[in-house]
Design a protein around this ligand. Structure first.
Ligand SMILES: Cc1ncc(COP(=O)(O)O)c(C=O)c1O
Length: 394
């Protein structure tokens, strides 16, 4: 059936960031193609699969979150390699087919989410001066705080860590009270803040001190599940551009990492794109009381929504389909995200049965005078209402 063989297809993997890898694969595939034609196959099509990468970090390098070629380079190289192999063997060039997924779909989606709150590193409280009667550790730590300078920072920061650990040991063995431990910790954070400020204009910052940015960063709690909406950030450390989408005329003066709604300690984002490296904190604005704060995750149009999972029963998010028009944009569809009834259904719980169960139990409780009629009605109403609602906080 050699005459039936018309198409050669290959796919070398996704997000191929180096053009050299693509060229090599193409050379081999083109050689196989022309050899098959030489063996008598009726070859007409060469399908070069996917793999065309997306430049997530904008660095235009072969770093895994980028690519060192443009789409035009890619097209030129595909055509040139195949053409050359065919020319050498004197056979007709094939119809080329490509299956690029990521490069086509990534830009088509933006995930918008809000921040629910933040927890901040210990703030700029006044540093409490220890007295003569206080434990030597507290006095030593205060002295470190006073003497921190660009020249002493590394040595004194290490000393501060040691004293903090000693304070905790003293507490564990019963020689330090809880308030003494708290004072030692406050002094330690004051040393960290000062260490960062004294190196802020230094040409070289020791790595340990640099990492303090991360330990001192705030945690911003975001209204999503990383497992549902950015699974690759969790599973394969994929980097996505994430940034505030408003208040852009204000300096983002805070540094933070992101933690999601799930109870899972992996439900966080602590790696962010940076032009030259990966950074561990994101520039964010201080939250304002009762004001929403929205962030956007970009370039997630390929794979994220589809691969997202129901961990902790957080379902599909609401989606809006936007059509770009010459005048701007048009909202084409609003697709509501999953309700609690829907996600419970995916794991074989029937909402009607659950409501019936609660109704029966509240009936019994009513009978035993454990709740009032109003309470029982309120409970059932609330339960029914909750089941019909979105799985995220609204
Ligand atoms: C056979 C095949 N073709 C094309 C693709 C799309 O790949 P990409 O999104 O990297 O372009 C895939 C995905 O892995 C694939 O398995």
């Amino acid at each position: 059936m050699l005459d039936c063989l018309q198409l050669l297809h290959f796919h070398i993997g996704s997000q191929i960031s180096a053009i050299s890898v693509i060229k090599e694969a193409l050379r081999e595939a083109s050689r196989i193609y022309v050899e098959l034609a030489g063996l008598g196959a009726n070859m007409r099509y060469l399908d070069v699969g996917g793999g065309l990468a997306v430049d997530y970090d904008g660095s235009q390098t072969s770093f895994y979150a980028s690519k060192n070629y443009s789409t035009q380079n890619y097209a030129n190289d595909v055509v040139a390699e195949v053409q050359e192999a065919c020319r050498v063997k004197g056979i007709a060039v094939p119809t080329l087919i490509s299956e690029s997924g990521r490069a086509v779909a990534s830009h088509q989606s933006v995930l918008v989410f809000d921040v629910l709150g933040s927890s901040d590193a210990p703030s700029n409280d006044e540093v409490e001066v220890p007295g003569e009667e206080d434990h030597a550790i507290l006095r030593e730590m205060y002295e470190i705080y006073q003497n921190l300078s660009p020249k002493t920072v590394q040595e004194l920061y290490n000393d501060a860590i040691q004293f903090k650990e000693e304070a905790i040991s003293l507490f564990n063995f019963g020689y330090f009270s809880l308030s003494e431990r708290a004072r030692a910790e406050r002094l330690f954070w004051a040393c960290c803040r000062k260490a960062l400020s004294v190196v802020s204009h230094a040409d070289y910052v020791p790595e340990d001190i640099e990492e303090l940015h991360q330990s001192m960063a705030s945690i911003y709690y975001i209204n999503l599940s990383v497992f549902q909406s950015m699974p690759d950030a969790w599973a394969i450390d994929q980097l996505f551009p994430i940034l505030p989408i408003h208040r852009l005329n204000e300096e983002p003066s805070c540094r933070g990492t992101l933690a999601d709604l799930t109870c899972d300690s992996d439900g966080k984002i602590t790696q962010f794109i940076d032009l030259r490296d990966v950074k561990h904190v994101l520039e964010l604005h201080p939250l304002e009381l009762d004001q929403p704060y929205y962030l956007g995750m970009f370039l997630g149009g390929a794979y994220q929504e589809i691969m997202g999972n129901l961990h902790n029963l957080f379902g599909d998010t609401n989606a809006v389909h936007i059509h770009m028009t010459p005048k701007g944009y048009q909202v084409e569809h609003v697709v509501k995200g999953d309700t609690m009834t829907e996600v419970l259904g995916y794991v074989q719980y029937d909402a009607e049965d659950m409501i019936e169960n609660i109704r029966r139990r509240s009936e019994l409780a009513l009978h035993d005078n454990k709740i009032t009629l109003e309470e029982s009605q309120l409970l059932i109403q609330h339960y029914e209402h909750s089941l019909s609602r979105y799985t995220y906080l609204v």
